[in-house]
Design a protein around this ligand. Structure first.
Ligand code: ZN
Length: 307
């Protein structure tokens, strides 16, 4: 059985009522876990929304054991603006969990997501992507390694100290879910000004495999033999603004220490302003600008991981 709950948040200054849309799928098989999947907590990361649409289109509800709660757009005003931050208050929603009833709009939104979504879950999967310009491809390992591996990405990242000790940012949805002992996975997939269809197809298959691992969908869990576990990921940012032309290997492929990642070229003089190199030994490509894009100094340029 399927339903869409429209959770009223507040009346906005425009007069429109802010809502969250929460899909609930109750399976045809009895028992089972309640699994939540969220997307677009960062509004410029819409590939997760596309993945959830295709996942639902191809799901046979009779096969589901348990319940699915899907939040395709966790941050609606940021999504509308195609912005990482919420334009209503200029807050990064994924830094203010578990939220606050008397706080900024984003803090109230975070609280609603915790109350109506997270608090009901036995496992949570949060889908992120590279945003408007870069493309990314890895999965975090926090407190359920087999579940993280079941998505099927080649690169996995286990932050030292886990989710709450400062190696990644605090105040995320996952900070709260890990603190509550809920099996939690962050997926980073796709993004950038390229066709997202291959990432959508992979995302749907990956979610289905994770749900098999959780016993929510029937069938054998497919395990990938060539997965690489990263202990470190460095963000490499251009120091100059201009066109960034990539020379990096494809995502998921190795890159040598000192190898050229890309070059920044002036759109005005056409001079080469900067050569960006990888500084990590035994590097693996995690994030890159796959087509030539205009960047500012300090933008996300590349992410390179190390085993
Ligand atoms: Zn994100």
């Amino acid at each position: 059985m399927r339903s869409i709950r429209r959770i009223a948040l507040a009346n906005m200054a425009s007069g429109a009522e802010a809502q969250l849309h929460l899909h609930e799928i109750t399976g045809g098989r009895g028992g089972g876990l309640t699994v939540g999947i969220s997307a677009a907590i960062h509004g410029d990361e819409g590939v997760g929304t596309l993945i959830l649409r295709e996942f639902l289109r191809t799901l046979d509800d009779a096969e589901v054991k348990g319940r699915l709660l899907l939040l395709p757009v966790a941050n609606p005003y940021a999504f509308e603006a195609k912005s990482r931050h919420n334009p209503i208050d200029d807050v990064n929603l994924n830094r203010v969990f578990p939220g606050a009833a008397g706080g900024w709009f984003s803090e109230r939104l975070a609280l609603a997501i915790v109350d109506h979504f997270l608090a009901k879950l036995d496992a949570v999967i949060d889908i992120h992507s590279g945003g408007a310009l870069p493309t990314v491809d890895y999965v975090y390992i926090f407190n359920d390694e087999p579940l993280s591996r079941a998505f099927g990405s080649k690169l996995l990242y286990r932050p030292r100290g886990g989710v709450s000790l400062g190696t990644i940012y605090g105040g995320t949805l996952t900070t709260v879910s890990v603190e509550r002992g809920i099996p939690s996975v962050i997926i980073e997939i796709g993004g950038g000004p390229i066709d997202q269809a291959p990432y959508v197809a992979r995302g749907v298959e990956g979610l289905r495999n994770m749900l098999r691992a959780l016993g929510v969908l029937p069938g054998r869990v497919v395990r990938r033999a060539d997965q690489i576990e990263l202990a470190r990921i460095d963000i490499i940012r251009p120091g100059q603004g201009g066109f960034l032309r990539s020379e990096a290997p494809p995502l998921g492929e190795p890159i040598a220490e000192g190898a050229v990642l890309g070059r920044v070229v002036s759109p005005y003089s056409f001079e080469e302003l900067e050569v960006i190199r990888n500084h990590l030994a035994n590097g693996w490509m995690v994030l890159a600008h796959l087509v030539e894009t205009l960047v500012q100094p300090g933008d996300y340029g590349y992410m390179v991981g190390q085993e």
